[in-house]
Design a protein around this ligand. Sequence first.
Ligand code: NAD
Length: 358
Amino acid sequence: MEIKITLLPGDGIGPEVVAEGVKILKTIGQKFGHNFKFSEALAGGIAIDQTGNPLPDESLAMCQQADAVLLGAVGGPKWSDPSAKVRPEQGLLRLRKELGLFANIRPVKVYPALADASTLKREVVEKVDLVIVRELTGGLYFGKPQGRQDNAQGRAAVDTMYYTEGEIRRLMRVSFELARQRRKKITSVDKANVLASSRLWREVAHEVATEYPDVAYEDILVDSCSMFLIRRPADFDVVATENMFGDILSDEASMLVGSMGMLPSASLAEGKFGLYEPIHGSAPDIAGKGIANPLATILSVAMMLRTTFNLSQEADTIEQAVEAILAAGHRTADLATPGQPKISTTAMGDLVAEALKA
Ligand code: NAD
């Protein structure tokens, strides 16, 4: 089959890691007989420099016509002046909105060979294999009213946490479907003891749970969840939550793994369409040096194959190759312990590609 993928390499290390993701897709295409067609579009700072717009209409159209999108990262000091009229992040927000990407999926898996890279003790993190599913287009970041409401008493501001049952139901369904492919356990995170929107969240989550009697379900308050993610992270399987709680918890959970360079993500729309990207940013401090870790992008490619294209065997093969390469002791600079040899971005990509061919 022909599979159309739009690439948005973006800024900083974005193009360096996306090139390795493409290398892996081409290798998978040859091995399993798939025909990947790539087209590249501008997004982020580079798009501002060339067109004045962080997401030109042409780039958006190319994403809308694709079966899936692979993004590197956008942003950097050159475009980060807060008073600037256009900023790279605006392009990302527009992309999420226009593509209807409502579910952000972030797996956090600790590879045995890297358990010592975490700041937590090996025995706490070594069996961690969880996924955070974050609602991405509702809640506090989008609710109205929002903004300054200065009045006679002084300065004031408001944000609104607003959810409809439809938004909650579709997010919970994505989470339950994911749990079915994993260890069949869901933790729904809310603040139902205080927030009305969380009480609705819990009500709807319970209704959806009745459609999935084979999946074990629990509710947990967001404050307890943040504690348990540090105390007993290996107990979690799928963690489903609203936008802001997910924003905070997913960054907390990412620190269970030693490096940002290891963590993939997917943002899904209704149906199978998705945008896949490493969770890290453009890492301007190491951009252009050829030392960025491409594994987060390579693992994002594996998520794309499994989730959007139902190619589980291909995805498993990539994940097993990554695990074997780490077990054999190969490390990019971000993963190396003192004295351990460090390999380049392209060398790491080559090793994964070679392991796939074997
Ligand atoms: P960052 O993730 O770019 O970097 C944080 C630290 O992690 C840096 O020391 C960096 O060198 C290291 N790092 C990140 N990815 C790595 C990799 N693959 N291999 C090795 N080391 C890696 O976060 P930041 O420095 O806060 O942000 C830099 C820029 O990226 C900012 O402009 C920010 O707005 C942007 N950003 C973009 C996205 C995105 O495109 N989705 C996400 C986060 C940040």
